[in-house]
Design a protein around this ligand. Structure first.
Ligand code: ZN
Ligand code: ZN
Ligand code: FE
Length: 766
């Protein structure tokens, strides 16, 4: 016999702004339960009374049937006698200054809203800001918590009677959808040309489409910032965009109207299809089909294209395939070269004026800048590929990463390039969205704004700061200055140690047992002052032991050598005892005076640090093989070298694995011999990649012997090289190693702050 009972329920996780309260309301009323539900700063609280059998069903369904955007991290249930409620209701949010409440990332338009958008009988027909509880802007419009309309940039728009009715109806899809709006009461679009308002609403949209068809460049305000758009099949338009943006060679992202069009231009697996259509709507790196009319200049000398599907209603309206609209638009961030993406209308007018022929504006303010995310699928076996994050932004941030320890209130500053910072509290790590390269004032300012916003949003007042050991990183200096000013504990974390910890943390490894960490990247400050980057560390969260590393080589000219790979190639030739003869590409490519200067730098050691960087070895070999002597963007030489790999070539080059050092000079000599024997570049590229993978396997085997460890963690930016990752992963897993690769968090420095947090937390707890 079922009897009347009660329960107090506390739920933690992403449960606000995702339709969770209406879901609870619907469920409770269906089961004849009484009581209430409300948002708190820490999650959702529920009080219910009802028959015990119904109560049990209610508790089961809470987790099992939660709305698609909800993520429940914890449910605490306290049984109690019935309270005697008379009905079920949704009550006012309760604030609590100390609590941590994850908030939802921005969500791509849902199928219901998309249907309404193109339904001429719907009252929101062709309204560019249609959204509901299941989709729309979140992170980029939220100013503070609890997530309610007055605390978003929707505050200035007063709801019309019809929108308000939907907003207040617990059974409506738009119940408490904070950005709810319609053409009568919500944000609007307009088009500006040469500083003047040219057209508004539908007319503005059609005018923008007309300009794009004609090969013009249009700045388009989106969710997390402005894009610069142009026809990706028009060579003049793309070349003009490159010229205006001062961007040489670095690939542009594309937006295509639908999957069928993507399939027309790219080869896609079922995993890639799923990712493209996911509500996060990232840019997915896809294999380009030969014969696609996308102009080569979009991604020069690459075999891949970065493609995303539309994610806002405005995008769908803009790309609709009528009237000869281009099948693909370049959609690149609205900025000049390396500055942050523009978000504010006035800022965009000022900064993008020389770049855009017209501006498609709207009047919903973007509170937090957020770039598009970039991912690819690792493992091409259809159906079990892994998401591999390259840049974590819109759609993913600020969803917290659950961590396996109780973290103090901490801020970790991250690295210099591809910066992201991280806040921790309780069992959450709030890794920020991609901030950018902290090399100019604008990006540093964006970093500081982001930190202040995250601290407020997640109610974290840091007691501890962690930073990279590199004394010149702006993020490091920020942490030092702040620790000094606020009297906080500051902890320096070695770069490559942080890389390994980042990968361990995202996989929830306890750290009770050390792992074999293979960290390959471009630049990281070593604890001996040299530039590391080809490292085998035995590591846990507390510490590391540098077991093997790539042999040191002079880096002639320091940072200059990163932009000029030929310099590193000459240094390796010298170390390998190979003369600088002009038949070798990096020698023949530069003037004798420049070579003489490099020779002097190596001899005297002037502005020539030592490095064990694997990224630089890739650069050097790319230059040696004649692929690229000068880089226009980070890692270009290595990236273009990878595209040359001949998949049918089975050979490899040898490393000399010593006691602690791994010497690549035998490999350098073998490549020189191949060049002189006219072996094609594609075979050289394949032999090099296989050689590195075999070396990784050999060293891991030696470390397994020595330390009786079986877990291998692969981290660092070089692991974005899919050829190397795939070959190494196969060799290691086939030999019985448990191999961990990055998924949610980038392998590059964009994931570093999470590792810093893991290490600093464990150092404090001990
Ligand atoms: Zn929707
Ligand atoms: Zn309205
Ligand atoms: Fe790094």
């Amino acid at each position: 016999m079922s009897q009347l009972e009660g329960a107090s329920i506390h739920i933690r996780g992403i449960v606000q702004g995702v339709g969770f309260r209406p879901f609870v309301y619907g469920l409770a009323t269906k089961l004849s339960l009484t009581g209430w539900v409300r948002n708190t700063s820490a999650g959702v609280d529920i009080e219910v009374d009802g028959l015990s059998v119904n109560l049990a069903r209610f508790l089961d369904a809470l987790g099992a049937q939660a709305p698609p955007l909800a993520r429940i991290d914890e449910i605490v249930v306290n049984r109690r006698p019935a309270n005697g409620f008379s009905q079920f209701e949704i009550v006012q949010s309760a604030g609590d200054a100390q609590a941590v409440q994850p908030i939802s990332a921005d969500v791509g338009i849902c199928p219901d809203c998309l249907r309404e958008l193109f339904d001429s009988s719907d009252r929101r027909y062709r309204y560019p800001f249609i959204n509901c509880t299941n989709c729309g802007p979140r992170f980029t419009i939220i100013k503070d918590i609890p997530y309610d309309r007055p605390k978003t940039t929707m505050a200035p728009f007063e709801m019309c009677v019809q929108c308000a009715a939907e907003y207040h109806d617990p059974l409506d899809r738009r119940f408490h959808a904070q950005p709810v709006a319609c053409a009568d009461c919500g944000p609007r679009i307009w088009l500006e040309i040469e500083g003047g308002r040219h057209a508004a609403q539908e007319e503005a949209l059609q005018a923008a489409r007309g300009l794009l068809r004609k090969g013009k460049i249009v700045a388009i305000k989106g969710l997390g910032g402005f894009h610069l758009a142009c026809d990706a099949t028009n060579p003049e338009a793309v070349a003009e965009l490159r010229r205006r943006k001062l961007r040489v060679d670095k690939p542009f992202a594309l937006m295509m109207p639908d999957l069928a069009t993507v399939e027309h231009h790219c080869l896609i697996s079922s995993d890639e299809r799923e990712l493209l259509e996911s509500r996060e709507r990232p840019i997915v790196l896809l294999a380009r089909k030969t014969g696609s009319p996308i102009v080569q200049e979009v991604a020069p000398r690459q075999r891949t294209l970065g493609v995303m599907l539309p994610y806002t209603p405005l995008h769908y309206l803009l790309l609709a395939q009528e009237e000869g609209m281009p099948e693909a638009l370049v959609m690149t961030s609205g900025n000049l070269s390396e500055e942050p993406i523009a978000t504010d209308n006035q800022e965009a007018r000022e900064r993008l004026l020389p770049l855009a022929d017209a501006f498609l504006m709207h009047d919903r303010e973007i509170h937090m800048r957020c770039d598009d995310s970039v991912v690819r699928v690792f493992g091409r076996t259809d159906g079990d590929g892994l998401v591999y994050s390259l840049r974590r932004g819109r759609g993913y941030a600020p969803t917290p990463i659950k961590i396996g320890w109780d973290a103090p209130a901490m801020l970790t500053a991250g690295a210099e390039l591809k910066n992201a910072f991280c806040l921790t509290k309780h069992k959450y790590a709030f890794l920020s969205h991609h901030i950018g390269d902290l090399e100019n004032y604008e990006t540093l300012h964006s970093f500081e704004q982001g930190v202040a916003h995250f601290e407020r949003l997640f109610r974290v007042q840091p007691e501890v700061l962690a930073y990279d050991l590199h004394p010149d990183y702006l993020a490091t200096r920020y942490a030092w200055a702040r620790a000094e000013r606020e009297g906080l504990t500051a902890i320096g974390v070695q770069h490559h140690h942080a890389h390994i910890a980042s990968c361990m943390a995202e996989h929830g490894l306890s750290g009770a047992q050390p792992v074999i960490g293979v960290v390959f990247d471009g630049t990281g400050y070593g604890d001996d002052g040299a530039i590391w980057g080809g490292e085998f560390l035995i590591a846990d969260y507390q510490g590391y032991q540098r077991s093997y590393h790539l042999a040191y080589v002079p880096l002639p000219g320091g940072d200059k050598a990163i932009k000029e790979p030929w310099r590193q190639a000459l240094a390796w030739l010298q170390l390998a005892g190979v003369g600088w003869d002009e038949d070798l590409p990096p020698v023949g490519a530069v003037a004798p005076e420049a070579r003489a200067a490099v020779k002097r730098q190596i001899e005297v050691g002037l502005n020539t640090p030592l490095t064990s960087s694997m990224g630089r070895l890739f650069d050097a070999v790319s230059a040696l093989a004649g692929v690229r002597q000068m880089a226009n963007y980070e890692a270009q030489a290595a990236i273009e070298f990878e595209t040359r790999v001949d998949p049918d070539e089975g050979g490899s080059y040898p490393f000399d694995i010593g006691e602690r050092e791994i010497d690549p000079t035998p490999l350098i000599r073998a490549i020189v011999a191949d060049i002189r024997a006219w072996v094609p570049v594609d075979m050289i590229a394949a032999r090099f990649h296989t050689g590195v993978a075999l070396m990784v396997h050999e060293v891991c085997k030696a470390l397994r012997e020595q330390h009786h460890l079986n877990e291998v963690v692969l981290s660092g930016g070089v692991w974005q090289n899919m050829t190397l990752l795939t070959k190494s992963y196969e060799l290691l897993t086939q030999d019985g190693f448990d191999v961990y690769v990055h998924q949610q968090v980038p392998a590059n420095d964009g994931g570093l702050a999470l590792g810093q947090a893991a290490i600093a937390a464990h150092m404090i707890n001990n």
